[in-house]
Design a protein around this ligand. Structure first.
Ligand SMILES: [Fe+2]
Length: 302
């Protein structure tokens, strides 16, 4: 394992906790959540159920929004084993988003040189025993934790834990964000327990996974792009295209700033001509949330 937690230099050198005040502002109460679940657009829901084998390998079932009202859906999550993600908080819950952006600016201020150029948020409601598999986000992340307790495992973003060829597949949407994972990685994890009122950030691209600690959890996951992350993502995309054509592109961590910028510019042109078609299938749904059903997952209804 390398001493650095990431091979990509950036203002955030290790996982660190910051305070936030989103709970005091009332965004984590059952009443506020039931009300927002009632009016949140159905197409912005991801409902997942993760299972793991003894080697830590994950399998995924996906849920439809279903017809429970907000209060019932909340109860199904609290009793079940579901992971519910409300995308685009910036449009779905503008009041929370405005408050979260104010908190983000304070976190950003703690890192000289960190300048986000685009932010987006997902509100995550998850069951007491839900676990999120090993993955990375092609962005910076601040996880504002609002209810329950979570254990976050952050791993070094080096080639052994996060091969660039795998990153290319994710960035070019040839696969979902799950990465090759081995239990041996656990020896290299930085492990942190997150309490309500704490926000966690980590080095850009660092792979991570999450275990809820026996309580219903609410977090706002805010991701952000900087110009360096845009250049990096563009370079990874261009490398994915080159590799799909039989090339053996150089790793982006060996590239200079101008080279990365040139590869980013190339990625824009490649995307315009449809360089790589997304291979992420439109999931067939496996279940819909149901109070009292095993894991909170009931049968799909027509
Ligand atoms: Fe993540």
């Amino acid at each position: 394992m390398s001493a650095a937690r990431t091979r990509y230099s950036g203002p955030i050198k290790q996982a660190e906790v910051h305070p936030h005040s989103l709970i005091e502002q009332g965004f984590a109460s059952d009443e506020a959540l039931a009300a927002i679940l009632d009016r949140y657009p159905a197409e912005l829901f991801d409902i997942n159920l993760y299972d793991y084998d003894e080697a830590g390998q994950v399998s995924l079932r996906t849920g439809a929004r279903g017809r429970l009202n907000g209060e019932e859906l909340l109860a199904a999550i609290q009793q079940g084993r579901l992971w519910v993600n409300l995308r685009e908080v910036e449009t779905g819950w503008p009041e929370l988003w405005a408050a979260a952006m104010a908190e983000f600016r304070k976190v950003q201020g703690a890192y000289p040189g960190l300048r986000a150029v685009r932010n987006a948020g997902q509100l995550i409601l998850s069951s007491p025993r839900a676990r999120v598999p090993y993955h990375f986000d092609a962005a910076g992340v601040v996880l504002f934790h609002m209810r329950g307790r979570k254990r976050i495992f952050v791993y070094p973003g080096d080639e052994a834990h996060l091969a660039e060829a795998d990153m290319e597949q994710v960035v070019s949407r040839q696969t979902t964000e799950e990465l090759p994972y081995s239990l041996a990685f656990e020896a290299d994890a930085q492990v942190m327990d997150l309490e309500p009122g704490q926000a966690l950030t980590w080095p850009i691209y660092a792979p991570h996974r999450v275990e809820n600690l026996d309580r219903f959890c609410i977090s706002l996951s805010m991701d952000f792009q900087t110009w360096p992350s845009r250049f990096r993502n563009g370079a990874l995309y261009t490398n994915a295209v080159l590799r799909s054509r039989g090339g053996q592109p150089r790793m982006t961590d060996r590239m200079t700033g101008p080279e990365l910028a040139a590869r980013w510019a190339a990625s824009l042109a490649l995307k315009r001509v449809g360089g790589l078609k997304s291979r992420i299938a439109h999931f067939e749904r496996d279940f819909e949330p149901e109070i009292g059903a095993a894991d909170g997952a009931g049968a799909l209804r027509a």
